[in-house]
Design a protein around this ligand. Structure first.
Ligand SMILES: Cc1cc2nc3c(=O)[nH]c(=O)nc-3n(C[C@H](O)[C@H](O)[C@H](O)COP(=O)(O)OP(=O)(O)OC[C@H]3O[C@@H](n4cnc5c(N)ncnc54)[C@H](O)[C@@H]3O)c2cc1C
Length: 381
């Protein structure tokens, strides 16, 4: 068993880290205030190969493993978790099209996705169905040459901003087997967006409802086969959950690094606060949380890369454990900054706000427990 990263993996991490330090971190607060990420950032990110991380090289992707991808998201999130996570959603769409699309479908979408000339969003959640995603009601009725979509998707990251929406729709019976996946392009007739949601964190990326009102989608925009959309959506989420966890980890690591430096400078009762043993113990606890979270995350990613039978369970366990640990660490770091942790200039309060949603989206941490327990009961024999 070898826990060391390969030279290539170290290079991938360092490349993402330095790109983030140069092109993302200096603008993170400005983008928060503006409520959007400039679209000019994406082709620069794509030049590093991060637009289609696990899309095959035949279609312009980087063909990396899931483990490699977690390194990219951990490193980018050290500069801004909201930007790193937005890229992870785009990559989740790329992974689904690459894995389940026909050659024709791949040739149609993937080159622009990988170059990030087109930014992709993922639309599963609806106003009436979040955790119970298989209860979705957005209908796609067959026409001679495609589908007419009617319904609403809620909480869509990139709603009104992205160029294409990978959308789960109902083409058949109730339940998971009646769901299909289609790509809806921005500008399609009958496609509109709700107002921007006012949120606690992830402020740099726009979140809005995506509405379909007799929205026409050509037959060629179907991904894979009708009736398999729920399976594709869940497969996308296995990897997505690793990335959401990796982004949380990167954000928390940045908070801890900032805190370690701050504690050497800040004095109380005549000495730097890092000389109080009670606070040193607190630091040690945060270090243990992040290192154990990192090891667990990389094991889950490795399982997914191996196609292990228990990969979904491990992805759910890693999402639950890492996002909870990362939020706790960020919150502790805020406490260790005292009042300054509450001020925007110190960078910690943004991380706390950003990481909170990682415990909620791509399956809440309660739903992660449901997945883990279900698998345990099934394995009991
Ligand atoms: C900022 C943000 C961005 C998002 N981006 C996207 C996106 O891009 N695309 C997308 O499709 N969705 C997106 N989402 C939606 C997100 O995935 C859902 O909010 C999430 O899945 C939870 O669904 P819900 O909000 O409807 O909560 P509900 O399902 O209503 O859950 C309410 C509470 O009940 C708990 N609960 C529900 N069922 C069970 C159960 N069986 N056992 C135990 N507890 C249960 C939940 O854990 C939660 O605590 C985003 C959400 C946010 C906040």
């Amino acid at each position: 068993m070898n826990f060391e990263m390969t030279e290539e993996q170290v290079m991938i991490f360092d490349m993402a880290r330095s790109f983030g330090e140069e092109h993302i971190a200096p603008h993170a607060q400005e983008w928060e205030a503006a409520g959007t990420i400039p679209k000019t950032l994406w082709p620069q990110i794509a030049e590093l190969g991060f637009g289609g991380l696990y899309v095959s090289e035949d279609y312009g992707g980087s063909g990396l493993t899931r483990l490699d991808a977690t390194l990219v998201f951990e490193a980018l999130a050290m500069s801004c978790p909201a930007v790193g996570s937005f890229l992870s959603i785009h990559n989740m769409c790329g992974g689904m099209i690459d894995k389940f699309g026909s050659d024709e479908t791949k040739a149609k979408w993937l080159p622009d996705l990988c170059s990030m000339d087109k930014v992709f969003s993922y639309c599963l959640t609806e106003p009436g169905s979040g955790s119970d995603a298989a209860a979705l009601r957005t209908r796609a009725d067959r026409t001679n040459d495609g589908y007419r979509l009617n319904g609403t998707k809620a909480f869509i990251s990139g709603g009104g901003y992205s160029d294409a929406y990978v959308t789960m729709v109902r083409t058949g019976e109730d339940g998971p087997k009646g769901i299909s996946t289609v790509v809806v392009e921005d500008g399609s007739e009958g496609l509109s967006f709700g107002a921007l949601e006012k949120k606690m964190g992830w402020l740099a990326q726009p979140t809005a409802q995506v509405q379909f009102d007799d929205c026409f989608v050509p037959a060629g925009n179907l991904i894979g086969e009708e009736g398999n959309g729920f399976r594709y959506a869940m497969a996308g989420l296995d990897g997505g959950r690793l990335n959401i966890a990796a982004s949380a980890l990167g954000g928390a690591q940045n908070a801890l690094d900032l805190t370690l430096a701050y504690m050497g400078e800040r004095k109380a009762f005549g000495k730097p606060i890092d000389q109080f043993q009670g606070l040193q113990f607190r630091l040690a606890e945060q270090e243990v949380k992040l290192q154990s979270a990192r090891t667990f995350l990389r094991q889950a990613a490795w399982k997914l890369d191996q196609g292990a039978a228990d990969a979904s369970k491990f992805c759910a366990m890693a999402k639950l454990y890492v996002t909870d640990a990362a939020f706790d660490v960020a919150n502790q770091c805020l406490q260790l900054h005292g009042g300054y942790g509450y001020l925007a200039d110190y960078g910690i309060e943004k991380i706390v706000r950003d990481l909170r949603v990682h415990q909620i989206l791509e399956g809440t941490n309660e739903i992660m427990r449901v997945i883990i327990a279900r698998q345990m009961l099934a394995e009991r024999g």
